[in-house]
Write a protein that binds this ligand. Sequence first.
Ligand SMILES: [Zn+2]
Length: 243
Amino acid sequence: MNSSLQKTQKRLLTLGFSLPKYGADGDYGKEADDAFNAALDQLVTLRSLVATPPTSLPPPMPSTSIDIKDRVIPAGWMPDAKITGIIFHWTAGQNKASDLDRSHYHLLIEGDGKHVRGVPSINLNSLPKSKSGYAQHTLNCNTGFIGVSLCGMAGAIESPFSAGKQPITRVQWDELANVLAQLCKRYGIKVSRKTVLSHAEVQTNLGIKQKGKWDIARLPYDTSIQGAAAIGDQMRAMVQSKL
Ligand SMILES: [Zn+2]
C-alpha cells in the first residue's frame, strides 16, 4: 500500500469507519479494497443526506429477516377438496426438495424451513375418489389424505439409529407444526391420532399395512424422545397449541 492510501485509511479510521488493518507486508488486497469502497459509499450517502432536505430522505430499509413462525401457505396451494387427514413424512432424500420428492407429496419443508409445493394438487387426493396424478405418499392411504414431507434423512438407518448426512432439523419440525395447523384450519380437520399422524403411525392408528416405514419415529436432534407414537403425540400437541 502506498503512503497516500495509508493516509486515507488513517483518516477514514479516525472518522469511525471500520477498515482492515493493512498488513506489515504492505499487501493491499481485496478485503482492504472492499472496505475502502464501502467507506466511500457511506461518505457519498452521508454527503447526499446532508445536502438533501429531510422531507426527501429515503424510506427506511425493509426488514430482511423473516420470522419462520409467520410463514403462510399460499391460498392457491390449498384448493377446495374433501380431506379427512394429513400424513407427515420425511423424504429420505436431501434437505432440498428434488423433482422426485415433489412428485410424491403436496407440500415439502426444506432444511431451512422453506415451503416447497409438491407437483400434485391437494384436490387430486380429494374424497370420494383420487384423481389421476394424485400424490402417492402412503400405501393404500392417499384418498382424503394430504401428504406433507420434511426434506432429509437420505441414508438414515433405523437400528442402530443413524440419521445419515442430511438429518431433519428442529427448524423443519417446528415448521411442520405451523404447516399442519394451517392445513387443519383450511380443511376443517380436528387433530387426533387418526387424522394428523406420521407415516410410521399409519399401520397402528389406521390399520392399513405399510412396509416397515419409520418416518417419523426418531428426531435426530433430540434422542430423548423415541418411537412413532411419542413423536406423533408431540407433534399433535404442537399443532393443537396453534389452533
Ligand atoms: Zn413416508
